[in-house]
Ligand binder design. Structure first.
Ligand code: ADP
Ligand code: ZN
Ligand code: ZN
Length: 711
């Protein structure tokens, strides 16, 4: 008689799942506490799973003889704690994914492949040599602004939004707040831990150096670890284990780090909180920033968001109380307007492209300014933010643009079937032969590729010489030139060493990098983002331009020695647009106020909540028919919350066809987050049932994106 007298519920990643998954039951010899990692049979394979709280309902009776037994228990690891399990459970529910999928994706990949004996061997390996006797670096004196912010974070509960200019010393504030939290005795027997997130992998190294040098002396070698997808699987497992065991006190990472097991978590920092990279764009489409806020609240950890250009969501959530709005926002807004060490912010120069000859790409005044900088041995950065924006039709004669009559958005040019479509409401017209405004036949989509622009700049600057008599050197950095590992680093090194005079690139070059000799930054064609179909495009453009401008004149001493002022150039057909006006004044609050008013008038986020359902199919008709049928079924079933949820008609995605798959989407909107959640949960089984109907056989897949960042 075997002693398999206990049943456990296990969360695991079952391959075929597209809906909300449930827990699978297994038999075992002893009770296993929730959070225990186990290996269990699934079909003919053996997979990793996490013991979960028993699901509600029947089943917890005596062990069912038909149950397959647990194959192995990863005994060496402490169970994942309740805080972690609650986070995973919430993320799965909120983002409409299977629990097991989210749980397993949140664990380091190598854990999936290790047998219990292998793991035990791994855990026995000696940790990093302690007591490398790193000296304790003394803290620098905080500025008055930094000190007042630090004191407030220390005294209040938060969450906090730290609104600080580029170079205002935000990172220094993070360091001090983290230190304070880690040095305090949490009183629960666990060593206090902090999680610090950055949007991009190539920013983690810079940050790691700063944290390691500051904290190794205080908290020992191995106190700071990183977690991001650029690490090898063994490296990731090592960091993860260090965090899980409490040996690591600080975890630095990208969005995936929000799921790290941190039993002693007391503080979460989200740097550049506005960055779209915090949103995962496949699988469970979670926002690491939003999960950080949830996790901090649930686990009693302070949350500190930081940015020079906060997301409008966070800005709105941190609005001060007023007589009309006595509650104000939930977050505490903190402000650090002054730059430390770096020089002044760049002077913004706008070129009115209406005054330039037709089809000018680089205007004469901009070229003259670049030439002058090169001759003085200074560097320039030319920013092309064309990636990722859907084209809008535009008339060169009267400035007509393809806007939607029903929305505060532009209709998108679809080349394939020559239509203009609104991605919010679905309103569609055929592409006109002549401008509806003035009859001119000269209408075209706005936009051009980066490579072409680099070539053109090379031609225009041919013959320009550096102070050493050598011809000008131009380099381009974008997703295409940095595909190879290490390519970005070596290209950046060329810029830092002064080999490059003009750096041409996409938003990749605008973020974070500490270029010392760049004195001029130019945005050549920013207009596309002003008239994007995506209502968040102006917000992103503004953040990007502020970031890019922050790359100029970073070294006050160099600027003084050169005797020059740093400049940010913007070429635009709409130089008086609110985005550029606010940029000129370096005035984020004015920009945010204007944008929030527009959003409020149009009932868009943060004044409404959205979700997208996407369908991929062999044909556009099948994809749209599935969405329409699921929508009709929701209405027929009278699902809860429907009176507060608007389901818009299905529309094709801007990039409609990818790898021979047609893609369509449907936007859902509600003034209430909880109502939208309730509706989505009730809709899941309906979507699944719709999918299994024979007329939707051609459907490849469907998925839900809650709080989508791009529409
Ligand atoms: P941010 O994160 O806001 O861009 P940082 O924290 O990186 O700003 O600070 C910008 C620069 O100013 C860094 O070189 C940093 O070392 C320096 N710095 C920050 N705080 C102080 C301070 N209190 N005293 C002197 N230098 C400081
Ligand atoms: Zn016209
Ligand atoms: Zn519309």
């Amino acid at each position: 008689m075997s002693a398999l007298s206990f049943t456990v519920q296990v969360a695991l990643h079952t391959p075929s799942h597209s809906g909300v998954g449930d827990l699978l039951s297994y038999a075992c010899e002893r009770p296993l506490p929730p959070g225990t990692l186990v290996r269990v049979p699934l079909g003919s394979r053996e997979v990793l799973g996490v013991v979960w709280e028993a699901a509600e309902g029947p089943g917890d009776g005596p062990a069912d003889r038909a149950l397959r037994p647990v194959a192995g228990v990863l005994d060496g690891l402490a169970p994942l704690d309740a805080g972690w399990r609650r986070l995973v459970g919430f993320a799965a529910r909120y983002y409409q994914r299977a629990l097991g999928e989210v749980a397993l994706a949140a664990l380091p990949p190598q854990l999936r492949d290790l047998r219990p004996e292998q793991l035990a061997r791994r855990l026995r390996r000696p940790g990093p040599a302690d007591g490398t006797a790193a000296e304790t670096i003394k803290n620098i004196a905080l500025s008055a602004e930094q000190e007042s912010v630090r004191a407030q974070i220390s005294a209040e509960k938060g969450p906090f939004l730290l609104f600080g200019s580029t170079g205002s010393g935000k990172t220094e504030v993070y360091l001090r707040c983290v230190q304070e939290v880690l040095e305090a005795d949490p009183g629960d027997g666990l060593p206090a831990q902090a999680l610090v997130m950055v949007p991009e992998i190539n920013l983690t190294q810079q940050l790691e150096e700063r944290f390691t040098s500051r904290f190794t002396g205080r908290f020992g070698a191995g106190a700071v670890v990183s977690l991001h997808s650029g690490m090898t699987h063994p490296q990731r497992l090592k960091s993860w284990l260090a965090a899980h065991s409490g040996q690591a006190r600080i975890v630095l990472g990208t969005r995936m780090a929000v799921f790290a097991s941190l039993p002693g978590l007391k503080m979460i920092v989200v740097d550049e909180e506005h960055d779209p990279s915090y949103k995962q764009q496949e699988g469970a489409r979670y926002s690491a920033r939003d999960l950080a806020l949830w996790r901090g609240h649930a686990q009693g950890a302070k949350v500190l968001l930081g940015s020079a250009t906060p997301s409008l969501e966070s800005w709105h959530a941190s609005r001060p109380a007023t007589p009309e709005d006595p509650g104000g926002g939930r977050y505490v807004r903190l402000h650090m307007p002054s730059r430390i060490g770096a020089g002044e912010l760049p002077k913004v120069r706008r070129v009115d492209m209406n005054q330039q000859p037709r089809r000018t790409v680089f205007s004469a005044p901009l070229l003259a300014a670049i030439t002058e900088r090169i001759a003085r041995g200074e560097q320039c950065m030319v920013l092309l933010n064309r990636r990722g924006y859907a084209p809008v039709l535009h008339c060169a004669d009267c400035e007509w643009k393809s806007d939607c009559p029903h929305c505060s958005a532009f209709q998108v040019f679809h080349k394939q079937d020559r239509t203009l479509r609104c991605h919010h409401c679905g309103y569609t017209v055929r592409v006109p032969w002549a401008c509806p405004g003035c009859g001119s036949p000269d209408i075209a989509p706005i936009g051009r590729g980066t490579e072409q622009l680099e070539e053109q700049l090379g031609t225009l600057l041919a013959g320009v010489l550096r102070p050493d008599g050598q011809p000008v050197r131009i380099a381009r950095i974008d997703a295409d030139t940095t595909r190879l590992k290490g390519a970005l680093e070596s290209q950046l090194a060329q810029v830092h060493s002064g080999e490059v005079d003009v750096l041409v690139g996409t938003q990749m070059i605008a973020k974070g990098h500490d270029f010392r000799r760049i004195t001029l930054v130019a945005a050549v064609q920013p207009d596309g983002a002003l008239f994007s179909s995506d209502f968040r495009a102006p917000e992103r453009l503004f953040a990007l331009l502020m970031q890019a401008g922050g790359r100029a004149g970073r070294d006050a001493a160099y600027m003084a020695a050169q005797g020059s002022r740093c400049e940010m150039w913007v070429q635009s057909f709409h130089p008086k647009h609110a985005v550029f006006e606010a940029l000129r004044q370096h005035d984020y609050p004015a920009f945010a106020a204007q944008q929030l008013q527009e959003r409020k008038d149009a009932a868009m986020p943060p004044f409404a909540f959205q979700a997208l359902v996407r369908a991929d199919a062999r044909t556009q008709e099948v994809a749209q028919a599935f969405l329409s049928a699921a929508s009709a079924a929701a209405h027929a079933a009278g699902l809860p919350g429907l009176e507060w949820v608007t389901l818009y008609p299905a529309v094709p995605l801007a990039i409609q066809r990818v790898a021979n798959v047609e893609r369509a989407q449907m936007l859902l909107e509600s003034p209430h987050r909880a109502v939208l959640q309730r509706f989505l949960a009730a809709w899941q089984p309906v979507l699944q049932a719709t999918r299994s109907q024979p007329e939707h056989k051609g459907l490849v897949r469907w998925l839900v994106d809650v709080d989508p960042l791009t529409i």
